[in-house]
Design a protein around this ligand. Sequence first.
Ligand SMILES: [Zn+2]
Length: 117
Amino acid sequence: MLEMLRKRLLDALDGCRVRPCPDAELDEQPRLDACADENEFASRVVEVGMQIALRRRLEERRGEIEAALKRMDTGCYGDCEECGEEIGLARLMANPTAQLCVHCQADNERGRLRRCA
Ligand SMILES: [Zn+2]
């Protein structure tokens, strides 16, 4: 069962490596050349902003997946980082990168909401 989850994580990791658009040069910092046409400039600003947001999201996701794979190697995968209890298979199947059990996750979210209030 763990092997199946590992495979899902590896698949997801592969997915993170796929470039959303073959033409997008994600390795290079998107360039914003001064542009004579204001409208074109504005749409390029939006485009570059979206590329950056997308790349950041992919990097975050990749970090979560790599952390989960590392936990599998060290044998603590599936244990809640807060309370040490098992996270539970159903939850891991739904979200293989989960680090907290349902209860701690709920506490965590409540705490965050309280801080924001
Ligand atoms: Zn917990």
